[in-house]
Design a protein around this ligand. Structure first.
Ligand code: AMZ
Length: 286
């Protein structure tokens, strides 16, 4: 397996658009209108979690409770792109545990196969790794553990790569979990998020671990409370179960949220991609 550290050090990827929560828009046109009563665009991100080079879903982040959904991550990515998704969310689960990229080969195969932008987390713990991934065509990196342990890294990366650094905050009983969620820190999601208020972070991806992979529905109350307390756009993750969650994301109450991540519901067929994307497109037009 090739190490991503072998990559060049330039900072323009194939899809190297500086992305805030707005959509990537090719050809220099303006981004689609925000949804009604809203300051942000709702993006539905299909999730690909990588373990041993395969697409899996875990339950509550537990590697022992993994379901393999596709042996070929590039084919899965292609399928999501063909379904009309605009932006892919990818996690290198082994990387999150190891503290460095592990599934680089699978990620690179996805980048070669699809044209839509990709945000990637898991094992991104230093500036060289951030830079190498952006150079390889990742549009936005997600930093989790290092946001707790090494906040200066997030600040330096966000300064160097504006719009291309997101922070992943995964909550267990209100406290941020790190190292593949094997450890729980003593700090709250809000405390960490506030550290990055003026750092130029593109988004906070907030996951409720208790719901993740269990199809219990998004924890919108906690996600909205976070979004109301900070100015960084917030993306909801963990538990998205059905079209009802997508509808809830499009209500005025959720207007500050920048998107949601869908995993198991898409693989299980509980969430019809076409129906979800139609709702979102219609809401953008209104
Ligand atoms: O499911 C898990 N056990 C898990 C997971 N999905 N552990 C980490 N992660 C994701 C986070 C974030 O996107 O949601 O990995 C990323 C953080 O990785 P790191 O190496 O920066 O902590």
């Amino acid at each position: 397996m090739r190490s991503i550290r072998e990559g060049g050090s330039g900072n323009g990827g194939a899809r190297g658009l500086p992305l805030s929560p707005t959509l990537p828009h090719k050809g220099g046109g303006s981004a689609p209108c925000a949804r009604k009563n809203s300051g942000s665009i709702m993006i539905l991100f299909p999730a690909i979690d990588l373990k041993n080079g395969q697409c899996v879903r875990l339950e509550q982040g537990d590697m022992a409770r993994a379901t393999v959904f596709n042996l070929n991550p590039a084919a899965q990515a292609q399928s999501f792109a063909e379904q009309g998704f605009e932006y892919l969310h990818v996690v290198d689960l082994d990387g999150a545990f190891a503290g460095k990229p592990v599934n680089a080969e699978a990620v690179e195969a996805m980048l070669k196969t699809i044209k839509i932008p990709v945000q990637l987390g898991g094992g991104i713990r230093d500036l060289a790794t951030v830079e190498a991934w952006l150079d390889k065509g990742i549009t936005r990196v997600i930093i989790g553990t290092a946001a707790v342990r090494d906040p200066e890294l997030v600040k330096a990366a966000a300064k160097k790569f504006p719009g291309r650094v997101a922070v992943g905050l995964d909550a267990r009983d209100g406290k941020v979990a790190v190292e593949g969620w094997a450890e729980t820190s003593q700090v709250t999601v809000l405390e960490i998020a506030k550290r990055f208020e003026d750092a130029g972070v593109a988004a906070i991806i907030f996951t409720d671990i208790a719901r993740d992979g269990l199809l219990k529905g998004l924890n919108l109350d906690a996600t909205i409370a976070l979004a109301d307390a900070i100015s960084i756009p917030v993306i909801a993750s963990g538990g998205l179960a059905s079209i009802e969650d997508v509808k809830a994301m499009l209500t005025p109450r959720a207007r500050k949220l920048a998107g949601a991540i869908a995993g198991r519901a898409l693989y299980d067929g509980r969430l019809d991609p076409a129906a979800a994307l139609t709702l979102i497109r219609d809401a953008r037009r209104s």
